[in-house]
Design a protein around this ligand. Structure first.
Ligand SMILES: *Cc1c(COP(=O)(O)O)cnc(C)c1O
Length: 378
């Protein structure tokens, strides 16, 4: 029986399933040669300069971090062309997404998301008593017209991941700008730009550049993806100074630790690392999507550092079979995509290994009973 003094909304949440850690799989299978392509991490590993900065900051571990993040905010603001007063720093951008929900929502208030959206929005909204309104996707992506139609007097918040995880879909400038114009003033729009740096299409909005036009816009970014710092946990939002002030009131005073601040400040100076990451992802995306097509799998065209494909069977089943071969991918049934698997773009050799294992144990493998409708010759 549930303890009587537990928030029923929390008790009803299903636990977040993170990508399976390499160590755990190695222990379970008794093998060391494992490829993890499950959490959209940067396959290059952390940059040298970042590692040095963390080692140097380690000498100050007995001191509390700068709770205001003064030096980091100054450097970041300069880099992206905003005022430090517009920034809110977080222990990962998930922390900031959570803060936004807490500042904006209260029981009975509505937040709108698209079907197949990043799962953290649901968590954030549910935990502060808000009501989640999920709008059906169009071609797996956010249907901005339908999302606008879903706005009511009770709506306070709309989350849009651009590009979205786990689908890799994105909304272009030609759709997003009219949408932002049309959203009523009482509604805050969060544009989650975790994968912005990977986008190649010219028809795309960098949210920070249009903040001045849309006072109800909040942009979030992360250092977990292109900057290769997922373990460090750092993300931030950019908004009007007035909204940032509210976020900063609700924020725990030391939510970003000193090692993270040192790492981020070093990463901000390493433009080469970012450029190399983009180039590596571009080549890897080509390798992966060509490989998937050659094996007869349909994939959702992705603007991120991962790709979701229709595996022709339960994604959970394929996940298990690939795991036994030492390749960790991500089943995405909890995103409403039971027959899709998401794979992150890795190093060339990792992508090759993934494709070889998929060719061996996937539904389209010769002799497999599962069978994919897209299989060549079927
Ligand atoms: C990975 C990801 C994030 C980043 O989360 P962090 O807490 O910064 O690691 C944010 N939004 C989306 C859509 C993501 O996929």
């Amino acid at each position: 029986m549930q303890h009587p003094s537990i928030n029923p909304r929390i008790a009803a949440l299903s636990p977040y399933k993170p990508g399976k850690p390499v160590d755990e799989v190695a222990r379970e299978l008794g093998i060391n040669d494992i490829v993890k392509l499950a959490s959209n991490e940067n396959p290059m590993g952390p940059g040298e300069k970042v590692q040095q900065a963390i080692a140097e900051a380690a000498t100050e571990l007995s001191r509390y971090p700068d709770g205001g993040g003064f030096a980091l905010k100054a450097q970041l603001a300069e880099k992206i062309g905003v005022e430090p007063s517009q920034l809110t720093l977080g222990n990962g951008s998930n922390d900031v997404l959570d803060l936004i929900a807490r500042v904006v929502l209260e029981p009975g208030a509505e937040a709108i998301i698209a079907e197949h959206s990043f799962v953290v929005y649901r968590l954030a909204v549910t935990c502060c008593g808000g009501d989640l309104v999920t709008v059906p996707a169009k071609h797996y992506g956010a249907d901005l017209t339908a999302m606008l139609e879903a706005v009511t007097d009770n709506t306070r918040l709309i989350f849009i991941a651009n590009p979205n995880n786990p689908t890799g879909t994105r909304v272009g400038a030609s759709a997003l700008l009219p949408f932002l114009q049309a959203v009523p003033e009482h509604v805050w729009v969060v544009l989650d730009e975790a994968y912005l740096e990977y986008v190649e299409d010219a028809d795309h909005v960098n949210g920070v550049t249009v903040l001045a036009q849309f006072p109800n816009l909040i942009v979030t970014r992360t250092f977990s993806k292109i900057y290769g710092l997922a373990a460090v946990r750092f993300g931030y939002s950019v908004s009007s100074p007035a909204f940032a002030d509210l976020l900063n009131r609700a924020r725990q005073p030391f939510n970003v630790n000193s090692l993270a601040m040192a790492a981020v400040m070093a990463a901000l100076e390493d433009d080469d690392y970012v450029a190399q990451s983009i180039a590596l992802n571009r080549a890897g995306m080509k390798q992966m999507t060509e490989g998937l097509t050659a094996l007869g799998y349909d994939f959702i065209p992705s603007a991120g550092n991962f790709v979701a494909f229709d595996c022709g069977e339960s994604g959970g089943d394929l996940f298990q079979r690939m795991l036994k071969e030492g390749v960790i991918v991500r089943a995405i049934a909890e995103y409403g995509l039971p027959n899709h698997v998401r794979v992150s773009i890795g190093l060339a050799a990792e992508n090759e290994r993934f494709l070889a294992v998929l060719g061996k144990v996937g539904a389209n493998a010769a002799g497999s009973g599962a069978g994919n409708k897209n299989a060549p010759g079927s």
